[in-house]
Write a protein that binds this ligand. Sequence first.
Ligand code: C2E
Ligand code: CA
Ligand code: CA
Ligand code: CA
Length: 280
Amino acid sequence: SKDEGRKRFSYFTPEMQETANINRQLTQELRLAIVDHDFKVLYQPIMCLKTGEVHKAEALIRWHHPELGTISPAEFIPLAERCGAIIDIGNWIFSTAAKQVQHWQQTLDPDFQISINKSPAQFQNPDPSADSRWIDALTHLGLNKGICLEITEGLLLDDGSIIHQRLQKFQAAGFEISLDDFGTGYSSLSYLTKFDINFLKIDRAFVSDLENSLQNQALCEAIIVMSHKLGLKVIAEGVETSNQLNFLKLAECDYAQGYYISRPITAEEFERQLKSPTPF
Ligand code: C2E
Ligand code: CA
Ligand code: CA
Ligand code: CA
């Protein structure tokens, strides 16, 4: 009833009300931001630990709001998911990353790969031809293995068999799949055998204190050994120190990503770095 509504409303503090207002405003502006070119994509290098080379990057979106400045994706992606704008935003990131990786495959490295984040909400696209549009686009650009989809365990949680089929279709068309944020959330080891995943990303939480925490050392080592036995490659996220990097190298982790190697940077800066005498 109206009364209950009013009562619930009264539990809102002024700060909560302000947050709600800002969120409502941002939600309205999300759709305009694509048209107005206020979104940018940054690329964070993913380094191969065997060779020290970089032929992978993760695409990370930024919103440069005309009045509020840069807004973190941690803030606006959840809003975009709730209002549905995530579908258009996700399509925009995909086509931006696909064009970028085509360029880098032609000019830098024929095996270059860009990872993009695809949240569970993006897999709930009501458009039944949404998957095949991405698949056709990848095929059309001739980008075998050019795009890796970073998914989270939440996606695998329910409805396993349908998601399984959809992921297989993506993979058959040349996409690869990473399991992001591994070790947080609803981790179940059964996902690793049920789904044919290419990469496992160890969450930053296990990497951040690697030099001091024997537990994190044990967990990282065990995850790497287990992944290799299952045929998965491992990417460690959030590497911030040389000690962490060295530990991961010794543990035979395949790839590392983090501020120690580079923060997320623009495509131009990425190219400049890769072509410099001392890349990353
Ligand atoms: P994520 O997918 O786990 O991405 C990694 C986040 O960790 C990024 O934050 C990255 O900038 C940050 N990071 C990388 N290295 C380090 C490090 O060494 N130390 C620390 N402290 N942080 C590091 P960012 O760019 O703010 O993105 C936050 C989250 O927003 C992402 O987490 C992802 O879940 C989501 N996101 C970002 N871009 C997209 C997108 O294009 N689509 C979707 N669906 N989600 C996105
Ligand atoms: Ca990610
Ligand atoms: Ca992650
Ligand atoms: Ca995350």
